[in-house]
Design a protein around this ligand. Structure first.
Ligand code: ADP
Ligand code: MG
Length: 393
């Protein structure tokens, strides 16, 4: 068992906390969606309420070196508004000036470090010797609450934990994510169904294979469906279908077959050709591009899915960004929202789709980490969790 935030001593300690403030920004530099900041509030409040001070660190975007457009200052400002208290913005994430700010922190106050990725040492510690140690010097204890980045073995997400023996704990968001995701691998209530859509077949094949050991049924939609069509000799027309994904689909079909797991592919597809749109039941004809699952598929899936005790959903079932091709995703989300099963959703786009449709409250858990939740469900572990201290009684 890993050490938890409530097992650390916090009073008068400087808590160096890795958060995931990698928020989407608008063109004018303001924050488009502050969900990730909101998700970190429970851990932040917990530390403040227990007499600690906070040094928050995060990356934002993929800057190449220092880039004012990727500054964390807008996040510090938003956090300050949310908490109604000042958040001091540091000029950098390491160095004497930052150490001096950290040294002066009083219990209950907050310092936000500048974007970790302004330094090459965050992603490639070999390129910047001493980076990990410079970061570690800032705090007395370390907390990782950045679930969304926990699949990366970076300086602030994993390596730094070594500098805090018996003092590297997981935050409350991390704890909550694991509480929802672990049971899917260990003891899901059956029947357990997975719905896999979206576009990244190669990044999801591993998860599907691992979950196949537990599943009672697998539903494949979105662009995920086309390599499966191709593997079965069903035409895909001009739909998104990477030739390298077809053997992966073939392997999953064989595994599902061997294990007697029902594999549900769409029985109808809405496709477009220039300005025309049509629905096809026997594959997608030449020149047509599949955009969404059809209503026959929706009805058939609804009937099956309502038997589930547990559902894991990753990936939209159509090009939901372009109505009316959001209908398949929306109808299935509405159906799921009404049933009483445990319903866990992972994947940036899937979660965004459900939130846009106003259906978030109909789900048990929407994961804050797309890549991290996929990797956890594939391997059952993440570098950002492995590196934390063990809890000793
Ligand atoms: P998530 O972020 O939930 O893991 P992905 O990133 O794998 O999901 O996939 C999301 C993308 O898949 C969306 O941009 C959506 O438009 C696309 N998509 C879904 N169905 C299709 C389709 N039939 N053809 C092309 N793209 C699709
Ligand atoms: Mg995505």
């Amino acid at each position: 068992m890993k050490l938890r935030l409530n097992q650390l001593s916090l009073r008068n300690h400087r808590v160096l906390m890795r958060v995931d403030f990698n928020v989407p920004l608008k063109d004018d530099g303001s924050i488009l969606d502050d969900s990730r900041i909101l998700a970190a509030l429970p851990s932040i409040r917990y530390v403040l309420d227990h007499g600690g001070s906070l040094i928050l660190m995060s990356h934002l975007g993929r800057p190449k070196g220092v880039d004012p457009k990727a500054s964390l200052a807008p996040c510090a400002k938003r956090l300050s508004e949310l908490l109604s208290q000042p958040v001091i913005m540091a000029p950098d994430c390491i160095g004497p000036a930052v150490e001096s700010l950290a040294g002066k922190l009083k219990s209950g106050s907050i310092l936000m470090l500048e974007n970790l990725r302004f330094h090459p040492g965050e992603e490639n510690p070999d390129k910047e010797p001493g980076f990990v140690e410079s970061l570690a010097r800032l705090g007395d204890v370390y907390v990782n609450d950045a679930f969304g980045t926990a699949h990366r073995a970076h300086a602030s997400t994993a390596l730094i934990a070594r500098s805090f023996p018996q003092k590297a704990a997981m935050g409350l968001l991390m704890e909550k994510e694991l509480a929802h995701l672990e049971p899917l691998l260990k003891n899901p209530k059956r029947p357990f169904y997975a719905i896999i859509g979206g576009a990244k077949v190669s990044s999801k094949a591993g998860v599907v294979k691992n979950l196949l050991n537990k599943l009672d049924g697998l539903f494949i939609g979105g662009a995920m469906a086309f390599p499966f069509f191709a593997a079965k000799g069903i035409s895909v027309g001009a739909s998104l279908c990477d030739a390298t994904d077809i053997p992966l689909a073939q392997e999953i079909i064989s595994l599902a077959d061997q294990r007697g797991i029902a594999l549900h592919l769409p029985s109808d597809i809405i496709a477009v050709k220039e300005t025309a749109s049509s629905i096809f039941s026997d594959g997608v004809p030449d020149g047509w591009k599949g955009m969404d699952i059809g209503i026959k598929t929706v009805r058939a899936w609804e009937k099956e899915l309502c038997k589930a005790a547990t559902i894991y959903w990753n990936g939209p079932l159509g090009v939901y960004e372009q109505p009316p091709f959001d209908q398949g995703t929306q109808k299935i989300a509405q159906a799921l929202a009404k049933i009483s099963a445990t319903k866990i959703v992972g994947g940036g786009d899937s979660v965004a789709a459900i939130q846009q449709m106003g259906l978030a409250s109909g789900f048990t858990h929407l994961s804050t980490g797309g890549g991290a939740s996929l990797e956890f469900l594939e391997f059952g572990r993440l570098p950002g969790i492995d590196s934390l201290s063990e809890y000793r009684t």
